[in-house]
Every structure is written in structure tokens, then in C-alpha cells.
Write a protein that binds this ligand. Structure first.
Ligand code: UDP
Length: 317
């Protein structure tokens, strides 16, 4: 049986990946998280939960030693935190992740690391290939601390792979959404729309994102994980279908039958808070497609409907 450690097992990506893996009875999974959230998989006999923070180095080291594959997902991918608590972002996303990478080297374990589309920053030259340039703003802008943290970890992974034989996969995630998402534009807009509160759009709303439903993301993960020949690769995980934020807001208001209004917040005000936006962020997923024949299946409308239902369900509890 393959032994797998998942950090952040109750987080957005972690919980979906744990559920996905548990469908296959050949995996013994240990999940760690700082929060003990009730999830449908906690009673599965192939799953063990340990309430451990990634800062508990001794316990973490023991777990890494005992497992074959390490999925390091624990992070805080929420732009509000990039600007409100950049130190926390740097400590968790950069330094503890580097520590985990080093432990994987020490014990010869395979690491699967969720990186980010934020890596490419505001490079206007879209779509991004995995080797596209990173174009970031000044370090005066706190927002870039997340991109920089993930890039630092990627550098460590690639350097250890080259010099010490570390085996790895890096997933660069492009605006994945679905049930349990927290702190991003989609859950914020749905929450507001369901309670008829005003949706706030940063700038004019002409900026775009390419949204990918989490089941399609899990499918990509599984295809990559199932094929050992793909090790030591970095993959963009996303679609190239762009949606403007204003259209997203209108769509959500319509799908929820909401009376919410839309207001606009100027970028001038936001920049004073340490925020800078990206006007577009488009992946080129052709490398992933060529290696795995992956194809996204869920339309934005269907994905939004599923997410709205799930948020309504949670609100009832
Ligand atoms: N956004 C917005 N209003 C909000 C939250 C986000 O207009 O309440 C915009 C944000 O400026 C960005 C896009 O929605 O252009 C996606 O933001 P998100 O926070 O989901 O993360 P990002 O894709 O920027 O990493």
C-alpha cells in the first residue's frame, strides 16, 4: 500500500485531493492540519488525521520519514492575507515549505508541491507557458510576497532535484474554485449575493481570470500522480477561457436570484493598502494536455451552480 502524507488536508485543495485519493483503496493517507474540520472522509479506514502544525518540526519529520509521497498543500492562498499579514505568508509559504523540501531530500521522499499562477505576476505576455518570465512589482507592494515565497520553494525543489536527486512535481494552480474555497473572489461574491449584500469590484472589473473547477483540477492531479514517468516536471493547471470580473459578478447575481448591487473600489485606494492587481492571468495548458490527455469538463455555469449549492448547505448548518 502506498503511504501518503498530505499537509493542509482540510484546506480547499487538500480536502478535495484526500477525497479523490481515498476512492482508490490502495492508499494509506495521513492528513495533517491545524484545524479539525468534519469532512466526509474522516471515518475512512485508510485515513488518519493528526492535528499538527507544519511548524511542529519533530512530529513533521517523523511523518515524512514514515510516508512515501508528500503532498505539501498547507499555505494561505488568500490575497487579503498577502497584504494584511505578509510575515505569516512568508513564514508558512516560504520557510516552512523549504524545511519540508529539505526533509524530503533527507529521507528520499517524493514531493508534490502546489505552487501558483501568481508566479508569473503581471507578465502581460499571455498565455503563460511553464517557462514564461516572472514579472513582479516592487517589494513595497506586499501582494508579491506570496508569489516570491512560492518561487523560492520552487527554486529549492529544482536545485535539490538537480544536485541531490530529489523527485518532485510542481502544480501551478490557476484560479481553482469549488466547494470549500475560502477567501477568493468566487466565494466572496457568492456569499454576498446570497445575503443580498453589495459586491465590491476592484478597479473597473475588466480584469480577467481563468477559472477551473476543482474536480477538473483533481483529475489533472490524478493523471500526473498515476504516471511515474512524469516526475520532475512543473505543470500549469488551468484553462485558457477568460472571464471578466464584472461578468462574473453579474453571472453570480443572476444564478443566485440576488438583489445585490455592484460597487467599484479604485485601484488607487487599494495600492495604499499594499495591493496590486493583475489585469489578466491566462495559462497555456498544452504541456499538461500533451503529457496526460487531460481535458476540463465542468463549465463555469455548472461549477458556479455546484458551489452556490454547497455554500447554501454550509450556511444552513
Ligand atoms: N476581486 C474583486 N472583488 C473582490 C475580490 C476579488 O474585484 O471582492 C478581483 C481581484 O481584484 C482580482 C480577481 O477578482 O482581479 C481575482 O481575485 P482573487 O482574490 O480571487 O485572487 P487572484 O486571482 O487575484 O489571485
Amino acid at each position: 500500500m502506498k503511504k501518503i502524507l498530505i499537509t493542509g488536508c482540510f484546506g480547499f485543495i487538500g480536502s478535495h485531493w484526500t477525497s479523490t485519493l481515498l476512492k482508490n483503496k490502495n492508499y494509506k493517507i495521513t492528513g495533517i492540519d491545524i484545524k479539525d474540520k468534519p469532512k466526509n472522509f474522516v471515518k475512512n479506514k485508510n485515513f488518519t488525521f493528526k492535528k499538527i502544525s507544519i511548524f511542529e518540526n519533530k512530529k513533521l519529520e517523523n511523518l515524512i520519514k514514515k510516508n512515501d509521497f508528500i503532498f505539501h498543500f498547507a499555505a494561505i492562498p488568500t490575497p487579503d492575507t498577502y497584504i494584511n499579514d505578509p510575515i505569516k505568508i512568508l513564514d508558512i509559504t516560504a520557510f516552512q515549505a523549504v524545511h519540508i523540501v529539505k526533509l524530503c531530500v533527507k529521507y528520499n521522499k517524493i514531493i508534490y508541491f502546489t505552487s501558483t499562477s501568481e508566479i508569473y505576476g503581471k507578465n502581460p505576455d499571455v498565455p503563460y507557458k511553464e517557462n514564461s518570465s516572472r514579472v513582479l512589482g516592487s517589494t513595497d507592494i506586499d501582494r508579491w510576497c506570496y508569489s516570491t515565497s512560492k518561487a523560492l520553494v520552487e527554486h529549492y525543489i529544482k536545485a535539490y532535484s538537480k544536485h541531490n536527486g530529489l523527485k518532485y512535481i510542481i502544480f501551478r494552480l490557476f484560479n481553482i474554485y469549488g466547494p470549500n474555497l475560502n477567501g477568493r473572489v468566487l466565494d466572496k461574491f457568492i456569499d454576498k449575493a446570497l445575503s443580498n449584500k453589495t459586491l465590491t469590484i476592484n478597479g473597473k472589473g475588466t480584469q480577467t481570470r481563468c477559472f477551473l473547477e476543482v474536480d477538473d483540477c483533481m483529475n489533472a492531479f490524478y493523471k500526473i500522480f498515476s504516471n511515474k514517468k512524469l516526475l520532475n516536471n512543473t505543470f500549469n493547471i488551468g484553462t485558457n477561457k477568460q472571464t471578466t470580473i464584472i461578468n462574473l459578478a453579474k453571472k453570480i447575481i443572476k444564478l443566485t436570484n440576488s438583489k445585490s448591487k455592484i460597487k467599484f473600489k479604485s485601484y488607487k485606494k487599494l495600492s495604499k493598502l499594499g495591493y496590486e492587481d493583475m489585469f489578466l492571468r491566462v495559462p497555456d495548458p498544452s504541456y499538461l494536455i500533451s503529457k496526460t490527455k487531460w481535458k476540463p469538463k465542468v463549465s463555469l455555469d455548472d461549477g458556479l451552480k455546484r458551489m452556490i449549492l454547497s455554500i447554501k448547505d454550509t450556511n444552513k448548518k
